[in-house]
Design a protein around this ligand. Structure first.
Ligand SMILES: [Fe+2]
Length: 263
């Protein structure tokens, strides 16, 4: 299932070069030509998101989301970067200075390298293991379960332990009570096309907020995972942003509890 997830997230590339062959699926292409431009959408004060349309071979649609938070000093924190072209960069420049680029797990790094080249002054944060996985990436600091000084006043963060293939780190934006996750849960309410529906059904995430079955297969230490889940559910959040699916604008804590994250 992890490989399926990689395909559908367009994760299966050696680096963030969209022209590079997919090492999971050689016939896979990452052609973004003709796609509509990503637009920043305001979700709350100092909080924006932009979606990147992704269509996989076979017609599977699996868009991915970048989240942007403005920190004090008009510093922008970019979570799970999507392709940032001149238009999107100009939109970001109106909000502040891109200061931090965050790869939130071992698979949401496809566009990290290009973002770090476009914003050489930004510091790049990544989960444990990404340096070893993709040595060509510039990574300045490794994420942990504790927020670094750079954003400790604004965010809390938790490392989702027990799944070394993912090493996901989730973030609580305290001012807006927003939990920002990547693949911890999906919420694709209106899947597009038969292939997408089929894949989401296999993952147990079709049309609803759900934890992918992928986690069941890749989690090596369920006690560590469950301890992490307890920590995440103890965070004070009301809104939920995930990489794939519809943002939950309010009441997210109860909905995430109902998902059944524990293994
Ligand atoms: Fe993903």
């Amino acid at each position: 299932m992890i490989f399926l997830l990689e395909e559908f997230c367009r994760h299966g590339f050696d680096n963030d070069n969209p022209a590079a062959p997919c090492y999971r699926w050689p016939s896979c292409t990452s052609d973004q030509k003709g796609r509509p431009m990503a637009e920043l959408v305001s979700l709350a004060e100092d909080l924006w998101a932009a979606e990147h349309p992704v269509r996989m071979p076979g017609g599977v649609r699996m868009d991915t989301r970048m989240t942007v938070v403005r920190l004090p000093g008009e510093k922008l924190w970019i979570h799970s970067p999507i392709p940032i072209d001149d238009t999107l960069a100009a939109a970001l420049a109106k909000l502040g200075t891109v200061s931090y680029l965050v790869a939130p797990n071992l698979y949401h790094n496809l566009f990290l390298g290009r973002a770090s080249e476009r914003f050489p002054e930004a510091r790049v944060f990544a989960p444990p293991g990404l340096r070893e996985k993709i040595p060509s990436l510039r990574i300045d600091e490794v994420l942990s379960g504790e927020a670094p000084a750079a954003w400790a006043g604004v965010f809390e963060q938790r490392h989702v332990a027990g799944a070394p293939q993912m090493e996901e780190v989730v973030f609580l934006h305290r001012p807006t009570k927003t939990l920002v996750v990547s693949d911890l849960v999906f919420n694709i309410e209106r899947p597009e096309g038969l292939a997408t529906k089929l894949v989401l059904t296999m993952m147990g995430t079709r049309g609803k907020l759900a934890r992918s079955r992928m986690w069941t297969f890749i989690t090596k230490d369920k006690a560590a995972w469950n301890a992490s889940v307890r920590e995440v559910l103890a965070l004070d959040f009301d809104r939920l942003i995930m990489a794939h699916g519809e943002v939950v604008a309010e009441g997210a804590k109860d909905r995430v509890r109902a998902v059944g994250l524990y293994l």
